[in-house]
Design a protein around this ligand. Structure first.
Ligand code: AHR
Length: 830
């Protein structure tokens, strides 16, 4: 079998095999939601003398994207927003400071019709009172008392001889620092001023004020903390890069994410435009500027102060392999999906060739010389390159192939990362994988945003993957505590432990899974578009989430080889339960006689009010109205429905747990050509049955969905049309993986107890040589599933380390409820 298993059936078969080889068939608690029986301890048997596959040293890495103010307003330490007045709304971020009596004008002027930096600000004051402008920063500016901030600007005195002063102003209006800009003349000139605030304030701003009559023209108005990462002028926020360095990441994927693709091709990311003097880097709208209309970020633009040179440099600084991702002639398929025609792909492929040259060629070549000129004569030693971000469909395959043909011929040394779409198990994924196998892709990038139970249920996902196929890059993933992007979707302990449990499966399968990274990486508390995120920041602070600590514990305790570990931990299958919902996808419809029964009991009786609530009058809209109770199971839903118009069809939802898990019968979907059953975990859906079918507009249909356990039977006008099982969900009492650190000799065991009770485990180290007798245990745990770290309590969930004595080839340990434990078991053997 090439690539991933193609059906759930094969996954289940595989699972049985895995448990069977584990020696003792796990106690399979098939009863719904049965708690783990208080049986004896779980035995974890590690075959210490039978090392398995080697682990890619770059296994655990980071995914960076300029989303949630990740770069501008985040990592890139520039404090001034719209510093060169190039935002389409020229004065965005700026406002006039014009006290009573002040008479003046602040207007943006244009130098010429072309160039990256065409606009500048003309400030004219009649001198009756101080007059000027203020920049609001990125949701304010953060200043620290006693630290130095470097102001700079290009300036020209056009008339008169006004004094120009610069002020740092606190959120309460108090002056934190001020100074005069000396040396202005009739010629454009760079001027600088160092300012030291007398207080700390996260919500400050910057004023540029004229005193006396005259006109001053000003551009590239910039303010940086002097203390940046490695003290580089115009550099990166030191605390944010430090948080990345502390992860010990194996690779750095950049610059995204969807921003690579752009919403349209003309606004896609072009890496060559991000090099050289910052004033020459052409501003570009950020793809996240207009996404998520409920949280629009109209002031989100990319200045590219953090450009490709800086990405490579940062990767090197933090010991991570660079993994750039480039567009492949496809705009974001969640936006326009615009395609570059196949015969016009040349420039896109050339961008990839140029990038390899820029990163790796000697200084004697044009691109190598360019790199040297920017300050890095040594090659960056890039070994991997992503072609497209999260693309899908045959259009992607043909474009990937075109890139692959040229790149493999010219650069066989570069491993190419191919996309597997946005979901780890949907139609797009099942189409792409075999196509990529056929084309012998080196590495396939899978993405997954799903609720915790998905991660717990799929810890053995890679046990069944072909060992000889492309390697897997689990390139974007995060467990979701809620199924929509909102503050309810939190980085809590439950999500962190679900990821940890899943990561034990990645580690056990390190021969298949070569790399993995959580996404998104950063979010600004006042400027995000996506939740949850690994690291939260405000203008002064960095907050490490429980999920961050999970990544850190895996990365810093990676080990070099996998050790086989078997477990007799009990497994509980979670039977589905949940509400109903009626609605449409891009269609108008009405519903009546909606009834839910279980045995002889009526759970939901028909009523005119319910009929009215389900009605969907808008043929363009997609909407579903829920009803009932999250605990409902084994029920039968019946209703009458009539499509009133629209391109698509009806959607009946069952087993909606209100937290993202649900199953849907889609009638007349795909342009009114198919009926299908789709089951979902949070944002991940999988079609589990489909058949050709359509609905007649205006005709009443009788619909029935009967649920028994996981089985769902779907009837139209009394005829069984489809039947399928909703995705299985299960948890194990403990999840484990083991590795060995060849340098120290340590045996490393990672074990997750996601449950609410302590778990006893007996660890057996078969064939372990010369144990030192002690171990170091690092535990990440907390008081409840929903506990999060906050800026006020940043270490509610943080790893704590202790030394464990009397550790022999077999020892017992109690795992705290809701915990990840990393045991480093000392050994003096080589
Ligand atoms: O991580 C956030 C977004 O999720 C990425 O930009 C995209 O690749 C995925 O859809």
């Amino acid at each position: 079998m090439a690539g991933p298993p193609h059906s759930r059936e094969s996954e289940l078969i595989m699972k049985t095999r895995v448990f069977a080889t584990a020696g003792i068939l796990a106690l399979l608690a098939l009863a719904a939601d049965a708690p783990f029986a208080a049986a004896g301890p779980v035995t974890l048997r590690i075959q210490a003398d039978k090392p398995g596959p080697r682990i890619n040293p770059a296994m655990w890495g980071i995914f960076f994207e300029d989303i949630n103010l990740g770069a501008d307003g985040g990592l890139y330490a520039e404090l001034v927003k719209n510093r060169s007045f190039e935002f389409p709304e020229r004065m965005m971020g700026w406002f006039k400071v014009s006290p009573t009596m002040a008479v003046g004008e602040a207007a943006v002027a244009e130098r010429g019709p072309s160039g990256a930096n065409r606009h500048y600000l003309r400030l004219r004051s009649e001198g009756t009172a101080p007059f000027g402008v203020s920049n609001e920063g990125f949701r304010g500016m953060g200043f620290r008392r006693g630290e130095t901030y470097d102001f700079s600007a290009e300036l020209r005195v056009a008339s008169g001889s006004p004094r120009v002063s610069v002020e740092l102003v606190g959120g309460d209006g108090s002056t934190l620092a001020s100074g005069r800009l000396e040396g202005g003349s009739a010629e454009w000139k760079p001027l600088k001023l160092a300012l030291v605030p007398n207080d700390t304030d996260a919500k400050s701003r910057l004023n540029v004020i004229l005193e006396g009559a005259g006109t001053v023209e000003i551009d590239m108005v910039s303010l940086f903390p002097r203390k940046t990462w490695k003290d580089r002028p115009g550099g990166l926020r030191a605390d944010m890069v430090q948080a990345l360095a502390d992860l010990h990441p194996g690779f750095l994927r950049f610059p995204g994410g969807c921003i690579v693709e752009g919403a349209r091709l003309d606004v896609r990311y072009q890496w060559q435009k991000t090099l050289g003097p910052v004033e020459d880097r052409e501003l570009l709208v950020n793809r996240w500027n207009y996404e998520f209309k409920h949280r629009p970020t109209p002031d989100y633009y990319q200045s590219f102060g953090l450009g490709f040179f800086e990405y490579f440099q940062m990767a090197e600084d933090i010991g991570a392999q660079p993994l750039p991702i480039l567009g492949c002639g496809m705009a974001c398929q969640f936006n326009s999906g615009e395609l570059a025609p196949m015969d016009k792909l040349g420039p896109y492929i050339q961008e990839a060739l140029d990038l390899i040259a820029f990163a790796n060629d000697p200084v004697t070549t044009a691109w190598g010389a360019k790199r040297a000129q920017l300050g890095h004569p040594e090659p960056f030693n890039m070994k991997m390159l992503g072609i497209g971000n999260e693309q899908w469909g045959p259009q992607y395959i043909e474009r990937f192939e075109a890139f692959q043909r040229v790149l493999k011929e010219k650069h066989p040394e570069i491993a190419l990362v191919a996309a597997a779409g946005p979901s780890p198990q949907d139609e797009r994924y099942h189409y792409l994988w075999p196509e990529l196998v056929k084309r012998k892709a080196d590495i396939v990038d899978e993405h997954c945003y799903a609720n915790p139970i998905w991660f717990l249920s799929h810890a053995d996902r890679y046990d069944g993957y072909d060992r000889k196929g492309p390697k897997v890059f689990f390139g974007e993933y995060a467990a979701q505590s809620d199924f929509i992007v909102s503050t309810k979707n939190r980085n809590n302990l439950e999500t962190a432990l679900a990821e940890a449990a899943f990561m034990t499966g990645l580690e056990r399968n390190a021969d298949v899974v070569h790399m993995a990274s959580y996404a998104p990486l950063f979010a600004h508390v006042d400027g995000w578009q996506w939740t949850p995120d690994l690291i939260w920041v405000d203008n002064l602070r960095v907050l490490r989430t429980p999920n961050y600590y999970v990544q850190q514990l895996f990365s810093r305790n990676r080990g070099d080889v996998v050790l086989p570990v078997s477990s007799d931990a009990p497994v509980t299958e979670i039977l589905p339960a949940g509400r109903i919902g009626l609605g449409t996808r891009k269609a108008a419809a009405e519903f009546k006689d909606v009834r839910v029964i279980r045995g002889g009991e009526t759970l939901l009786a028909p009523s005119p009010a319910a009929d009215a609530s389900f009605r969907q009058p808008d043929a363009e809209a997609s909407r579903s109205v829920p009803a009932g109770d999250a605990a409902w199971r084994d029920y039968t839903l019946t209703f009458k429905a009539r499509k009133l118009g629209g391109a698509e069809g009806l959607v009946a939802t069952v087993y909606d747990d209100g937290a993202g898990a649900r199953a849907q019968w889609i009638l007349g979907g795909w342009g009114n050509t198919r009926h299908a059953i789709e089951t979902q975990y949070a944002q991940q859906g999988q079609l589990v049955a489909q058949t050709p079918g359509s609905l007649e507009t205006g005709r009443w249909y009788d619909v029935k969905i009967a649920l028994r356990g996981r089985r769902m039977e779907c009837f139209l006008d009394g005829k069984l049309v489809q039947s399928a099982e909703v995705l299985p969900r299960q948890t194990r009492q403990v999840y484990a993986s083991a590795t060995r650190d060849e340098k120290t000799g340590d045996y490393i065991l990672k074990v997750v107890n996601p449950g609410q009770e302590p778990a006893e485990v007996v660890v057996q180290l078969d064939g372990a040589a010369r144990l030192s007798g002690s171990a170091q245990a690092t535990v990440l745990t907390g008081e409840g599933n929903d506990v999060v770290n906050t800026f006020d309590q940043p270490a509610r969930i943080a790893p704590a380390t202790e030394t464990v004595a009397n550790v022999g080839p077999s020892f017992q340990r109690r795992l705290a409820p809701r915990s990840l434990t990393v045991l480093r078991i000392g050994s003096t053997a080589p």
